[in-house]
Design a protein around this ligand. Structure first.
Ligand code: PLP
Length: 369
């Protein structure tokens, strides 16, 4: 008997997720598995919640990772807050905000959108104008649009609903750990991220946080949350209850990895990590500009998600193929209308290091020369 595992390439992950995982995180994940109610497992879970509050800058009691990828965080946020007929406003300027529209619509919400062209951040005045026309239960925004490389002005948009009964829902799957997130100061009521982007953990967990207002809205639901697995009122009994109540079998080895990665991040310091992401973004932009590539986003470019238009004569897909086959480096292609036209490069977590950026630049130079 044999497996294929020994034949797998060691690939440098420079797409906007998943990102490279630090050796001490992989090591942590290989520690012996514990039972989901073992006192030591509870110890890890308690530590994780404290770390996540620090990284998300929140005092929210309900702050824990959902078992599942970033999309599970999205589903959890919407399914717990929406009842059929609820009015939801989605700021839509990319693939992932379109996914929000789909998820909210499937739950029976009446969804309106404020659109802005792909590659540009949404205009605050447009959101303000729509909010003036109608009362919404939820205003939903994607912080970092991984499909376009734009960081939306989440703090400023949040100001528009502060003090109102509209709940503010933010997706920072591609932001948390790479750029500043301030759940409490920005008035965010429902927040989720993903483990595999700037946190540099393999995919599989969606850190999430819910404000008191969000929990209050959940407690006032007329109907049960229509999804048992993602029902926050049940999951929280496992994360906070005394005694802890089994909900589902915890992916404990993922918790070990996230615990170590958050420790790496907090030890470096959040501000230092954000500065590193910015500096590595600049190193990449400078290096690729020298080779004739241009940044697709002109305003609001996210340091952690970079879209580049190749120079004339360079085919984006052929370049990606060369990078993967000859240099064992993964970068992503464009999504939707940008398919085949751009390269999407992540400067995320452990990928936001000079060695990774320089290795990628050297490989691109070789591929196009
Ligand atoms: N939201 C954003 C902004 C993302 O970038 C992604 C994934 O790339 C998701 C949601 C969905 O996350 P996942 O693919 O982990 O389910």
């Amino acid at each position: 008997m044999s497996t294929v595992l020994g034949t797998l390439d060691h690939v440098l992950l420079m797409a906007p997720g998943p990102s490279p995982v630090a050796p001490n995180v992989l090591q942590a994940m290989s520690l012996p598995t514990l039972g989901h109610l073992d006192p030591d497992c509870i110890k890890v879970m308690d530590a994780l919640q404290d770390q996540l509050r620090a990284v998300c800058k929140t005092e929210n009691a309900v702050t824990f990772p959902i078992s599942g990828t970033g999309s599970a965080g999205m589903e959890t946020s919407f399914v717990n807050l929406i009842e059929p007929g609820d009015a939801v406003l989605v700021v839509n300027n990319g693939v992932f905000s379109s996914r929000m529209v789909e998820v909210a619509s499937r739950l029976g919400a009446e969804v309106d959108v404020v659109e802005s062209p792909w590659g540009t951040p949404v205009k605050i005045e447009d959101v303000k104008a729509q909010l003036a026309k109608k009362h919404y239960k939820i205003l939903a925004v994607v912080h970092a649009e991984t499909s376009t490389g734009v960081n939306n002005p989440v703090a400023e948009i949040g100001e528009l609903v502060k003090g109102s009964d509209t709940l503010y829902l933010v997706d920072s799957v591609a932001g948390l750990g790479g750029v500043d997130v301030q759940v409490d100061n920005w008035g965010i009521d429902a927040f989720y991220s993903g483990s595999q982007k700037c946190l540099s953990v393999p995919p599989g967990l969606a850190p999430a946080s819910f404000s008191e207002a969000a929990m209050d809205a959940m407690s006032k639901r007329k109907n049960k949350v229509p999804n048992w697995y993602l029902d926050v009122s049940l999951i929280r009994k496992y994360w906070e209850g005394s005694p802890r109540v089994y909900h589902h079998t915890a992916p404990i080895n993922m918790y070990y990895g996230l615990h170590q990665a958050l420790d790496n991040l907090l030890t470096e310091g959040l501000d230092a990590a954000f500065a590193r992401h910015k500096a590595m973004h600049q190193r990449l932009v400078d290096g690729l500009s020298d080779m004739g590539f241009s940044l697709y986003v002109k305003e609001g470019a996210a340091p952690q998600v970079n879209l580049f238009v190749p120079p004339a004569g360079v085919d984006a897909n052929a370049l990606r193929g060369c990078l993967r086959e000859k240099h064992k480096i993964e970068v992503a292609g464009g999504l939707g209308a940008l398919a085949g036209k751009v390269l999407r490069v992540g400067v995320m977590g452990e990928g936001a290091r000079p060695e990774a950026i320089d290795k990628l630049l050297t490989a691109i130079r070789t591929c196009i020369s």
